[in-house]
Write a protein that binds this ligand. Sequence first.
Ligand code: SF4
Ligand code: SF4
Length: 161
Amino acid sequence: MTIGIKKVARPREMSFPESLYLLEILKGLGVTMGHMLSNIVHQEGIKTIEYPEVRREMPPRFRGRHRLMKRQDGTPRCVACFCCATACPAKCITIVAGETPDPAVEKYPVRFDIDMLRCVFCGMCVEACPCDAIRMDTGWFTPPDDTREKLIFTIDTLLEK
Ligand code: SF4
Ligand code: SF4
């Protein structure tokens, strides 16, 4: 049985000036300065924006933050039918239905919460609603917040936008 001889490739030793990386640092700084000067001269070509002061215009089909629609008298259009909560794959909609004195409206949502930490922005709730009572056409992202409680949007939050 013959034993193969393995060749071990080792990187060549760097010279002292190479080990200081001065040339490479200068090359990197050159690229950075080049971009900076180019952005100062051609500001119209800058791709970044100063979010959140400046916001991009979202396409019409963008699924943003939810809102609940109102009737002309200001009451929620929602009739607490639970279709949206049933269709929601993330199970993040909580509805508590109540009776209304209005004989034309059977029920209304006493409570309507969406847990935005669980929402996957699929739009199934909007598709499922028979009353066009919930929409995702605000063009807004869900803003970051510092507690979980603040990211459970209540009926008041959903109705105000
Ligand atoms: S967008 Fe999707 S995940 Fe979010 S509440 Fe609606 S159905 Fe649920
Ligand atoms: S938002 Fe629409 S689907 Fe959801 S409970 Fe209200 S009426 Fe039903």
